[in-house]
Design a protein around this ligand. Structure first.
Ligand code: TYD
Length: 244
């Protein structure tokens, strides 16, 4: 298989395949926070994020939400549809925490119903500023119709994942997704959905199972990600991918 590197990001590499409609996404062990100001490499993190993303993408596909996911090649490599990415970070929040309570007078843990959807510009030079619809349209990032469709996809994805994770003892507090156009010009969900890009709280204890542990300089990042794998993969899937 042709393994030419197409793109390298903060925690993933994307490789070409012999088919121009497909790419291979390799999840590395690197972890970053604070706008790249805090970095580390954690054994098994790439593997756990691959398995969690693949599982959540499979759940979404089964409920009619289109994603980039095609199949797992190994427990660190995902065969994916090649997308033309839209440079937005689509953030959706069910519970107020993190930057939202730093910037606005929400109460910590306040329930947000309906969920809040927010768009940040994926642009390192400008430090990912928050956008509104007029700015997005004026910058030609997406059209009004695209934005309507992205909101619709995000709401559906949120409700599917809230229900699925709740069945497995996890609260989906908030998350970031990225979307792009597939070869037929449909907007589909790309990138990853993992503890790096979500806030996941234990229903019983309220403890984090996500990157907040790393952001707060606490230990146990990988063991928290491992708990998510154990909670959401079936015993057969865990056996197949040698999850201990
Ligand atoms: P947010 O509360 O805005 O950020 P912070 O981590 O600075 O408090 O994040 C909301 C959710 O979106 C959270 O689950 C993390 C995720 N997210 C990313 O994965 N990448 C990003 O660049 C941003 C801004 C958020």
């Amino acid at each position: 298989m042709n393994k030419e590197l197409l793109y390298t990001g903060k925690a993933k590499d994307v490789y070409k395949t012999d088919n121009e409609d497909e790419v291979i996404v390799h999840f590395r062990n690197d972890i970053t926070a604070l706008d790249g100001g805090k970095t580390d490499s954690l054994e098994n993190k790439g593997r756990y994020n691959t398995l969690i993303s693949a599982k959540l993408f499979e759940v979404l596909e089964s409920k009619g939400v289109k994603t980039q996911y095609i199949d797992l090649i190994t427990s660190e490599e995902m065969l994916s549809k090649s997308l033309k990415m839209i440079p937005l970070e689509v953030i959706c929040r069910n519970i107020a925490t993190g930057s939202l309570i730093k910037k606005y007078p929400f109460q910590e843990k306040q329930e947000l119903n309906p969920p809040i959807i927010q768009f940040d510009y994926k642009n390192d030079e400008f430090h990912d500023p928050m956008l509104n619809d007029d700015i997005i349209i004026a910058l030609n990032i997406a059209t009004k119709d695209d934005l309507e469709r992205i909101r619709e996809i995000t709401r559906k994805l949120n409700s599917v994942l809230v229900d699925f994770l709740k069945e497995h003892g996890i609260i989906l507090v908030d998350f970031k997704i990225e979307v792009g156009f597939d070869k037929d010009n449909n907007i589909v969900v790309g990138d990853e959905i993992s503890p790096d890009t979500t806030r996941l709280w234990d229903i019983e204890t309220g403890k984090n199972f996500d990157k907040d542990i790393f952001r707060k300089n606490e230990s146990g990042v990988v063991s928290a990600y491992h708990k998510v794998v154990k909670a959401i993969l079936t015993p057969e899937e865990q056996k197949k991918w040698n999850v201990e």
